[in-house]
Design a protein around this ligand. Structure first.
Ligand code: GLN
Ligand code: ZN
Length: 745
């Protein structure tokens, strides 16, 4: 019985690749140094999988930045502005595409399906001259082979590559990306031939777009592509790998629609790669349950046709549990990171072949049983409260326009009120004092003093600039989810559970393992303190339940919505505590609401329903005069605008930096938005300082579409990553622009 791994994290157990990349980019180490770190990581991964007994071990799942960018390099599809003159693509051109350089900005980056991984979007037009310009797939195959490991080279499939691309500037409306299929297949053929020559016996094409709702012409291009490749592929075993959802059975009858079983052989029916080990979470597999699934499948496809696999690349989970020295033993026994999942896959394959490792299986069963019965997981009161939510809509009693009137009487704000999104620059000293307080090197008194000073500085600055609704700047927070997770019950934190987000950037999601509750108030102390420093309204600043959920590793023993409702109840208590303590404007950030949207349309309504409901639960109990804000980190919500309205917030601030048009078109098309709205007037992701005229110009464009009395003026996200030297002039210009326009209205 065979075992297979779809793909593996690149960063290394201690983020070795991250540090090597950043040092290379900073000019502190050479290309050879970087290549050495990368080669060592690849070698250790291949050896580890070999040692675990995996039969089909992937190669070319390593990347210096991103696998889509690697494919762009393979095809020589470098946009002209990077000045590439042919030949094998090196670090120079590669990293310029990824990160930009002194004269040219980077290529666009976007989310990889519904994960938190971001890929570099290929830009393709009718006159791209494709050429075989990166031999990485073949080189890595040979590298593994030289180490004695015969791998399955992995390529992004040609159809998914095109479907995930975007048309180059100027041809957006007229150009069909799929028309390039005939031009890229010859390069795929060259790569395949070289791999064959080098000795490969298998090849894996990742075609994840197959799980999406596809129009028939898109579906047909799969047939077209693989028929065209058929003769080149002959002699190879071909695996088409799909992940992130099951394949729509109604569309693609030839493929099984069994949940979690998404891979199939090119010669259909030959092999079934069953992704029974979840590649996206951090939980130990239920080995007994997986084994019985596999046995059932074996009955359908036959013993020699079944391969045990992961549900997707392990790229989306943490690397290795071995390095978790701080997690307590019980919780640790419930978990499996990438390295442990490899072992699970192999154990299942062996068990299926009649060589069950009884000890391993019973340890797994014991861990699962302890998770099920642990009092740390279940909190009866929370379960009851969450169950009682059903059947109610949790809507504020008064409608939004009446609420806004009541709020205005109390707040007395000018038209085009100004505000910011929450965080102010996080200086080195600030990070240091937080770190030392955590390590108990700084006393609580000294810590409070330092944070208080910071808040007071931020408050004074905002008053000086004459901003209308203030924030405290979030100096006490390292991360908008971790900060709350650390104070809620039911959360655990890993020391090294990093997951690649983009390039060298990694995130370390909290682990929600149990029922969530709030032992005591989380933000009232700081918000009340900040409010006491000013007579202007000070926004209470919370992270919303959906965002906390979507940016965590979520328990898999109850539906996501139940966990979300529990978090919502905890945040609701916090909202009401803030209100009781004199905070009249409360912002509940839902930065990640949209990214939880399921890939398939048929599942989206249900998600939006409970996600929006969860948000309403948090604030349905406040008085009319309490103003609820929310913030979102994207502007492409044209498709979910009705859900956003249904959140029933009083004011929404939205990222809008790169696309006024997209956002405003929703309202131009007649969507009625009665609540306050603050589309960001400048891009905080860039060090550029916008002039007052430029900002006024943008506000004017918005005023042409939105009613004057609902428009707010604010940057498009938190200022945490910027320097004070950038923030000060930018905010000053922002307020100047608002003031100028007020005199003209
Ligand atoms: N309030 C948060 C901040 O300003 C929001 C961050 C975000 O939207 N990602 O930092
Ligand atoms: Zn944001």
């Amino acid at each position: 019985m065979a075992s297979h791994i779809v793909g593996y994290p690149r960063m290394g157990p201690k983020r070795e690749l991250k540090f090597a990349l950043e040092s290379f980019w900073d000019g502190k180490s050479s290309a050879q140094d970087l290549q050495k770190v990368a080669a060592d990581l690849r070698e250790s991964i291949w050896k580890q999988m070999t040692g675990a007994g995996i039969k089909y071990i992937p190669s070319n799942t390593f990347s210096y930045y991103d696998q889509m960018l690697d494919t762009t390099a393979m095809l020589g599809a470098v946009p002209p502005r990077y000045g590439w003159n042919g030949g094998e693509i090196g670090f120079d051109v590669y990293f310029s595409m990824a990160r930009g350089n002194a004269s040219v900005p980077a290529m666009e980056m976007t989310k990889w399906f519904d994960t938190n991984y971001h890929f570099i979007v290929p830009e393709l037009g009718p006159d791209v001259n494709f050429s075989y310009a990166s031999h990485k797939a073949v080189t890595e195959y040979k590298e593994a082979k030289a180490l004695g490991v015969n791998t399955v080279p992995v390529l992004i499939g040609p159809v998914s590559y095109l479907l995930l691309s975007k048309p180059a500037k100027g041809v957006e409306k007229t150009f069909s990306l799929l028309s390039l299929l005939g031009k890229i297949l010859p390069i795929y053929k060259e790569v395949i031939s070289e791999l064959k020559e080098a000795g490969a016996s298998w090849i894996q094409f990742d075609e994840p777009t197959l799980v999406m709702d596809l129009e028939s012409h898109k579906l047909e291009s799969f047939t077209e592509a693989y028929s065209e490749l058929e003769s080149t592929l002959s002699g190879l075993n071909v695996l088409i790998e799909t992940y992130f959802a099951d394949i729509p059975a109604e569309q693609y009858k030839t493929l099984t629609s069994l949940k979690g079983v998404t891979a199939f052989g090119f010669d259909l029916g030959k092999h079934l790669f069953a992704g029974v080990v979840d590649g996206r979470n951090i939980w130990a597999n239920d080995l007994a349950a997986s084994l019985s699934t596999l046995k059932a499948l074996e009955g359908v496809v036959g013993k020699d046709k079944l391969v045990v696999s992961t549900s997707c690349s392990l790229l989306h989970t943490a690397v290795d549990l071995v390095n978790e020295t701080k997690l307590d033993k019980e919780i640790k026994s419930w978990l499996a990171f990438a390295a442990q999942k490899v072992v699970e896959v192999n154990a299942l394959a062996k068990a299926l072949a009649g060589e069950k490792d009884e000890e391993f299986f019973s340890a797994n069963a014991a861990a699962l049983a302890s998770r099920k019965s642990s009092p740390r997981v279940t909190n009866e009161a929370v379960q009851k409260a969450a169950a009682a939510l059903k059947g109610s809509d949790h809507r504020r009693a008064t409608n939004v326009s009446a609420r806004l009137d009541a709020q205005q009487k109390k707040l007395n704000l000018p038209i085009l009120p100004t505000t910011t999104i929450g965080s102010f620059p996080q200086t080195m000293e600030l990070r240091k004092v937080r770190r030392e307080y955590k390590a108990k090197k700084v006393s609580e008194d000294d810590y409070i003093k330092a944070i208080k000073e910071e808040i007071s500085k931020v408050v004074k600055l905002q008053e000086e600039f004459d901003i209308d609704v203030l924030v405290h700047g979030e100096p006490e927070r390292n991360d908008m989810v971790e900060y709350f997770g650390e104070q809620l019950s039911g959360f655990a934190f890993s020391a090294n559970g990093w997951v690649q987000s983009y390039g060298s950037r990694c995130v370390k999601p909290p682990i929600i393992y149990g029922d969530v509750s709030r032992p005591k108030s989380m933000t009232v102390f700081w918000s009340a303190l900040a409010q006491s420093m000013t007579s202007r309204p000070m926004k209470g600043m919370l992270t919303g339940p959906v965002t906390i959920l979507n940016w965590s590793f979520v328990r898999n023993d109850q539906p996501r919505f139940e966990t979300c409702y529990q978090i919502a109840l905890a945040i609701k208590d916090e909202v009401e505590d803030l209100e009781k303590n004199g905070i009249t404007v409360i912002q509940i950030d839902e930065a990640a609401l949209r990214e939880g949207l399921p890939l398939r349309k048929s599942e989206q309504a249900f998600y939006l329903d409970w996600a929006v409901h969860s948000f309403r639960i948090t604030n349905c109990g406040v008085q009319d005069t309490t103003q609820i804000h929310t913030h979102m980190c994207y502007s492409n919500f044209n498709d979910i605008i009705h859900s956003i309205i249904n959140m029933d917030a009083d004011v929404i601030t939205i990222e809008n930096s790169r696309s006024d048009e997209k956002l405003l078109s929703v309202f131009r098309e007649g969507v009625k938005y009665g609540a306050g709205i603050g589309p960001g007037v400048y891009d905080i992701h860039s060090p550029r300082i916008p002039s007052a005229e430029e900002i006024a110009d943008r506000i004017n464009k918005m005023l042409a579409v939105l009613e004057t009395n609902i428009l707010w003026v604010n940057p498009d996200c938190g200022l945490k990553t910027r320097k004070y030297s950038e923030v000060k002039p930018a905010l000053k210009n922002m307020v100047d622009a608002a003031k100028l326009l007020r005199t003209q209205l």
